[in-house]
Design a protein around this ligand. Structure first.
Ligand SMILES: *Cc1c(COP(=O)(O)O)cnc(C)c1O
Length: 359
């Protein structure tokens, strides 16, 4: 067996220990006589799995009791529609467009009401996070939407944006559980699980209870947070197996020191790469310093052919999926929780070697 260092932006690496546990439990989960993939989502065995998964997620993220956790399908992209359909009471919402996904969320919201872009970093190809102040927010906006970590451009909000007393909605797909966040500062947090928590197929939503029940009359039932909350994410069949794996990942994170420890490790990993890039004569980081992502490190050589050569040689050396998003090119090292420090150290050594050989 030769597992490579996989720098994919998502679906991405899972902790090896989690995969090993899943392998052990694959054919028969505990004494149930069947795989988690084969059991009814309404069985007592599965009920214990989903309850424990939620309990561990709440513990890990320190989620207060007045927030609901929903395990849904459809990916973060479905939330681009679900958010306005559920939360637009006056029909107005403000959006920060700091990358491709927040642009998509904004575009989707415009279908359902008066969505306004109050700040964007498009002028510099999304290489920074625009500053947000409460006076930029419309007084009658129902919420402000941000993408907390821009997976494609490798930028992240340096702190929770100040939107005054407005409800803050955050797409945290590529940074959730990478560090502690104060959940009380947000009305809704959502994330596709395939970046940092589980295989694809699961979308997690954390929502303050009082924000539910205001959905449009014509909202599809499957998108109504209240319906999903009232049914404990079991209005229909949930993504059972992905939830089970998420549960193993949450347990792994708790056993490894929780989010404080994740943050410390993630900072260390990101610093190894950014320190190297800041001192490199060949590679250049693309994100502005105060907006840098800990999870997605984007860089270029400035020469598309050399970028290509780098990705090819890196891949041959066991560092895979370093090619940047198809829309921006260059390179991107996604270093989520499951990426070990050794993987990042080895990549930095490989980059130094490549630099030496391509002067
Ligand atoms: C990957 C990603 C998405 C899209 O997620 P899907 O689950 O594929 O819909 C949205 N937002 C962010 C920040 C992402 O990283």
């Amino acid at each position: 067996m030769a597992r490579v260092y996989n720098f994919s932006a998502g679906p991405s690496m899972l902790p090896l220990e989690v995969l090993e546990t899943a392998q052990k439990e694959l054919i028969e989960f505990q004494d149930s006589g069947m795989s988690v993939m084969e059991m009814s989502h309404r069985s007592p065995v599965y009920d214990a799995i989903i309850k424990e998964t939620e309990a561990n997620f709440r513990k890990l993220m320190n989620i207060p009791d007045n927030y609901k956790v929903l395990f849904l399908q459809g990916g973060a992209s479905t939330q681009f529609a679900a958010v306005p359909l559920n939360l637009m009471k006056t029909g107005k919402a403000d959006y920060v467009v700091s990358g491709q996904f927040s642009g998509k969320a904004f575009k989707e919201a415009k279908k359902y009401g008066d969505a306004k872009c109050i700040a964007t970093s498009e002028d510099k190809t999304f290489s920074y996070i625009p500053e947000i102040t409460p006076d930029m927010v419309r007084e009658d906006a129902d919420y402000v939407h941000v993408c907390y970590n821009n997976t494609i451009f490798g930028t992240k909000f340096p702190e929770v944006p100040n939107v005054g007393d407005k409800v803050l909605v955050a797409d945290m797909s590529s940074c959730i559980t990478s560090e502690p966040v104060d959940v009380t500062k947000f009305g809704v947090i959502y994330a596709g699980a395939q970046k940092n928590m589980a295989p694809a197929g699961l979308t997690v939503v954390i929502i303050r209870e009082d924000l539910m029940g205001n959905a449009r009359e014509d909202i599809p039932t499957m998108l109504d947070y209240k319906t999903m909350a009232d049914n404990d994410s079991m209005y229909n069949t949930p993504p059972c197996y992905a939830i089970y794996i998420a549960g193993l990942v949450y347990k792994w994170a708790l056993e490894n020191g929780g989010l404080e420890a994740m943050k410390e490790r993630n900072e260390k990993k990101a610093n190894i790469l950014y320190d190297f890039l800041d001192n490199s004569t060949l590679f250049k980081p693309t994100a502005e310093k105060n907006s840098r992502s800990m999870m997605n490190v984007c860089f270029v050589t400035g020469d598309a052919d050399l970028d290509k050569k780098f990705c090819k040689e890196a891949s041959e050396a066991g560092f895979v999926n370093l090619k940047g998003h198809r829309s921006v090119g260059g390179m991107r090292a996604s270093i989520y929780n499951a990426m070990p420090i050794e993987g990042v150290e080895a990549l930095a050594r490989f980059m130094a070697e490549f630099e030496k050989n391509n002067k």
